[in-house]
Design a protein around this ligand. Structure first.
Ligand code: BG6
Length: 461
């Protein structure tokens, strides 16, 4: 048995997002999820949409009590652009929403829980999607103005901000693989979205610096470390390098280093994917890098060189690699994602060695499990698998920190079972169970375990 101790000021908590926890409650505007559910209910698991969430808008005080009872010293959520802004052009705000987020922040602080706020979590306001969403430069400007407004009104109380959650997923889901609205399939349009979101993030960082508010600002990236099938096979290595460029470094490099990787620029140019750029963009990216990096880690990406031609009408990332199923890999069968504990250490070392050891934290790590009611004993979900999942990741993270990686916290996905996009309530991730029928919220075994972990600043394992 070994002691895994973390520093006294290490952040332990969890993350959710506005659209996945709040519920609709007369929002000023719809976002693309509200709309997509309206027109395509059948796409959503059991036809459960975003208005049926765990009701954070109504119950935030009780929810924060439960979050406190599970030991958190930090909690991350997102502001819904579509809730807080009434008119995107004049930036007129919705007063009920301003008050709601203000109350949430105050309630957290009152409970000694640091609020971390993200400004965008897959939730493009419908009106802005109608003019092209992040394909449109005008939306980039509107986003930067919205961000500046948030710093102005909440910047005295919130000291850790994030511009975007998993921006690459916006491009993947909405413009390549059709699991987000607007269900477009176009590598070129996806590249434009990636480019414009990088720019929007840098402009928000600029606004934060100009606001003069204290604290850090960053971006949250879902890093999927790329592993080739065979380290000694040149073609496999090439495939894994391309994946790393597309899925990780397309945001990581501009955010931390202020520029796109040269290999990515070559790849984009060679494949006729070059986005429309404007003069001055390079300076904006270079001058507005982040001070804190959020990393969501769920799974690695294992790849090999293509063995057969990829059949598709349009050019896709898969033209350049094939997924590789490593024998004996450990799987989360419900979500279909590989569990690879050491990946978190590889990320820690990559950031330390290649990204100037920037200050970072795990903003999400988690395990979605179906039919968790199977594990209820005496009214409590006995989720030992989740305890094992967290502790095994923490062991590797601890090693990375011991070796000097500048990680300041670990946040799980998620405090209370939440609505998960197309999967709705299929897979449960929370420390706290949400009973869809009765609306009751009950701490799971992992929630009690987490409380002890935070109290002891570590665990034995
Ligand atoms: C992350 C997102 O990708 O993973 C969350 O930031 C999401 O919004 C979480 O819910 C779990 O993934 P999923 O698809 O199972 O909900």
């Amino acid at each position: 048995m070994k002691q895994y101790k973390f520093s006294d000021n290490f952040l332990f908590g969890s993350s959710t997002s506005g659209p996945q926890s709040e519920g609709f409650y007369n929002k000023a505007n719809k976002n693309i999820w509200d709309y997509w559910f309206e027109i395509s209910k059948e796409k959503f698991h059991n036809q459960v949409g975003p208005e049926y969430t765990s009701n954070f808008f109504r119950d935030y005080k009780d929810d924060i009590k439960l979050i406190k009872e599970t030991g958190h010293n930090v909690f991350r959520t997102s502001i819904q652009w579509s809730r807080i802004v009434k008119d995107f052009n004049t930036l007129e705000l919705d007063e009920t929403a301003v008050e709601f987020y203000n109350n949430v922040i105050d309630e957290l602080i009152k409970n000694d829980i640091e609020p971390i706020i993200c400004l965008y979590h897959f939730d493009m306001p419908l009106k802005l999607q109608e003019i092209g969403g992040f394909e449109n430069r005008e939306v980039v400007e509107l986003y930067a103005r919205y961000a500046a407004k948030m710093f102005e009104i909440y910047g005295d109380k919130v000291h850790k901000w994030f511009t975007f959650n998993e921006p690459i997923v916006v491009a993947e889901g909405g413009y390549l693989y059709k699991f987000h609205y607007p269900e477009v399939v176009s590598f070129k349009r996806a590249a434009q979205v990636v480019y414009n979101m990088n720019l929007a993030s840098a402009k928000a960082v600029k606004a934060f610096k100009e606001s003069g508010k204290k604290g850090d600002i960053g971006i949250i990236l879902n890093l999927t470390p790329s592993y080739p099938r065979d380290e000694n096979n040149k073609e496999d290595l090439k495939a894994s390098h391309i994946c790393d460029l597309i899925f990780n470094r397309s945001f990581l490099d501009p955010a931390v280093k202020g520029e796109f990787p040269a290999d990515l620029i070559d790849f984009v140019n060679e494949n006729n994917l070059t986005p429309i750029c404007e003069e001055g963009d390079k300076d904006i990216l270079r001058e507005n890098t982040i001070s804190l990096l959020g990393i969501n880690y769920y799974q690695p990406r294992r790849v090999k060189a293509r063995e057969s031609k990829f059949e598709s009408d349009a050019l896709m990332p898969e033209n350049f690699f094939e997924p590789y199923e490593m024998p004996n890999r450990l799987m989360n069968p419900y979500r279909g994602w590989e569990i690879y504990y050491k990946g978190i250490y590889d990320i820690a070392k990559n950031i330390q060695e290649n990204y100037s050891n920037i200050k970072w934290l795990i903003t999400e790590n988690g395990m979605g499990v179906e039919n968790e009611e199977r594990f209820i004993k005496n009214g409590i979900v006995e989720d030992d698998y989740r305890i094992e999942f967290v502790s095994e990741h923490l062991k590797w993270l601890h090693k990375g920190i011991e070796e000097g990686s500048n990680c300041i916290g670990y946040l799980m996905w998620t405090p209370i079972d939440c609505w998960s996009w197309l999967n709705a309530y299929k897979n449960r991730y929370g420390f706290i169970r949400f009973d869809l029928e009765s609306g009751k919220k009950t701490i799971k075994k992992s929630g009690y375990w987490f409380k002890e972990l935070v109290k002891n600043k570590g665990f034995e394992g």
